[in-house]
Design a protein around this ligand. Structure first.
Ligand SMILES: [Zn+2]
Length: 567
């Protein structure tokens, strides 16, 4: 520790000591003054997105806008002043500054809202993927706007009054501030309610209240998670007899951050699907994801519940698609090249590919999706009974898009070669992203080709679906994770692709003309659970033919089953 830094730390510690000491250079501030200064600093420096959005939506109403600025400032000052207590003030204010500037970085740079799901994602996502967020610009931002002010807070000498006097002083600030906030809110409540209904995202970017509230909500809900009881579901599941005499294999590929908008199969002007368009697939151009993060979408699409009824807790406490397949004695395996299965694969065979650190496709704890293809051939030669294999891609995981594809897939150039979007043009970011889609197109084509090579020994199908979409700078949004209610369509519209080997189609009596027609209709993650059960020919009361993407095109005598268990 340098002498200068030691002096700062020691001076921070003497907040615990009443006797004045230190150099004459050290400013002496009243505790209320320091609280107000911190509030003003956070409002001015760490709420750029918040004020920009408030201005955009409220500036048409000058008085309500002025009252809004005053009210929000007043309540922030009140909140900071509430911590103007000896021993508490410095750690509390430093915590608020650091939380605010960290959250502000993600909100200002990527348009990310730090809600509970985002906190969950940050906690669950594994190291290498999260590490891409820690760029030099991020570190510099935290140092300049977070560490330096924190050192200042440590350094200043805080004057504390006797407790009773301090309490009175604090209240003399807090009560009027709260009154101003309430008056502003009530005075223009109609304007705020009207604007708020249309633009709910404004308040969700207010630092430090939103990230702290989200973290608290996450902590309480994860406390709940520990007391989860699991309920078996679909215990009646059983397979109808196989028609082809060969093991049926469905490979379910779960994409990452692939948005429908950039698939040429769906009309994107660039050719991003040159290989898949030659494979005789059915493409569902208009499919809605269940969430805007992996942590929501993955458990949701595997659950028996449709999006409207799905909750994180239901996902944890009830058997999912993988379990129900198991009840029907179908083997299920999960190969993960992403950040894990979010609990979906807890009870099935699971491989985390980055663990193998195969130097042919992996570096720094991450692997190209080629890793998913590597053992597919030999695995297929060993398949005995009916099996579902889930391949969880790293796909288009941002912001380091350029690390998702090998050099020979740098087709759209110049491509952004850093995780720091600020250092790239919009065009370079889109180019890099499109290269990831191009590479996913190749990976999917290779899966199909490999299945075809094993056509003598297995009867195969492939179903691909992305977990959620991605923003590439539209309206200032990047990456994903926007609250679903007002998430841009780029984050919620995902591609679904289906491919069937000829004998699979024949045995399942799937009509390809019908598929082509039906694939134009809206689809969603709600379809995945039922479609996979349908593909594996599994009978259970959970199965709902109306949600099976292929049932209408299957000549089946099974009839339509009711949607049990979905209520
Ligand atoms: Zn994801």
């Amino acid at each position: 520790m340098t002498p200068a830094l030691r002096q700062v730390v020691e001076s921070g510690l003497d907040d615990f000591d009443e006797t004045p000491r230190g150099s004459g250079l050290r400013p002496c501030l009243g505790s209320v003054t320091l609280s107000i200064l911190t509030a003003v600093y956070i409002l001015a420096v760490a709420n750029q997105t918040f004020w920009t959005r408030a201005y955009t939506h409220l500036s048409a109403y000058p008085f309500p806008f002025a009252a809004f600025v005053i009210g929000i400032s007043a309540v922030t000052i009140a909140a900071m002043t509430a911590f103007s207590v000896k021993y508490l003030i410095k750690p509390a204010l430093i915590f608020f500054v650091l939380v605010s500037v960290t959250s502000a970085w993600f909100t200002d740079e990527y348009g990310i809202i730090v809600d509970r799901e985002m906190v969950r994602n940050a906690v669950v996502a594994s190291g290498p993927a999260a590490a891409h967020i820690i760029t030099p610009a991020f570190v510099w931002h935290i140092f300049v706007t977070g560490i330096l002010p924190s050192l200042f807070i440590l350094w200043v000498r805080v004057e504390h009054r006797p407790f009773a006097e301090k309490f009175a002083w604090n209240m003399a600030i807090i009560l009027p501030c709260v009154a101003v906030f309430a008056a502003a809110g009530l005075g223009f409540s109609q304007t705020y309610a009207a604007v708020g209904r249309l633009h709910r995202d404004v308040m969700l970017t207010l630092n430090p209240f939103i990230p702290i509230g989200s973290a608290a909500r996450y902590l309480f809900s994860s406390e709940d998670d520990r007391s989860v009881m699991r309920y078996a579901l679909g215990m009646d599941a059983h397979q109808r007899a196989s028609n082809s005499g060969k093991p049926r294999v469905t490979i379910l590929v779960i994409g990452e951050s692939a948005r429908a908008q950039n698939f040429s199969l769906g009309g994107y002007s660039r050719e991003t699907n040159p290989e898949m368009k030659e494979r005789g697939i059915a493409y569902y151009a208009s499919a809605a994801s269940c969430g805007t993060t992996t942590g929501v979408s993955l458990p949701c699409m595997f659950s028996a519940y449709p999006r409207q009824q799905f909750t994180h807790r239901k996902g944890l406490e009830t058997d999912n698609l993988a379990d129900v397949l198991g009840h029907a004695n179908v083997k299920v395996e999960w190969w993960d090249n992403n950040t894990g299965s979010y609990g979906v694969a807890n009870r099935i065979a699971y491989r985390f590919l980055p663990d193998a650190a195969d130097s042919r496709f992996c570096s720094d704890g991450e692997c190209l999706d080629t890793a998913l293809l590597d053992k597919l051939d030999s695995w297929l030669s060993r398949v005995k009974g009916d099996t579902v294999l889930v391949l969880h891609q790293n796909g288009s995981h941002g912001p380091a898009y350029y690390q998702r594809y090998p050099d020979n897939f740098r087709r759209f150039i110049p491509d952004c070669r850093t995780a720091e979007f600020g250092a790239c043009t919009q065009e370079e970011i889109v180019n890099a992203y499109d290269n990831t889609i191009l590479f996913t197109d190749h990976v999917l084509a290779k899966v199909i080709d490999t299945l075809q090579r094993h056509g003598d020994s297995v009867s195969a199908a492939m179903l691909y679906v992305s977990d959620h979409g991605e923003s590439l700078g539209e309206n200032g949004f990047y990456l994903h994770g926007a609250p679903y209610l007002f998430a841009p369509s780029q984050q919620t519209q995902v591609p679904i692709i289906a491919w069937f080997a000829p004998d699979f189609s024949a045995a399942s009596k799937i009509d390809s003309g019908c598929l082509a027609r039906k694939s134009a209709e809206p689809a969603s993650h709600d379809n995945i659970f039922h479609s996979v059960l349908g593909l594996m020919d599994i009978a259970t009361d959970l199965y709902d033919a109306r949600l099976d993407l292929f049932s209408a095109c299957r000549d089946t005598s099974a009839g339509t089953k009711k949607a049990a268990g979905n209520g």
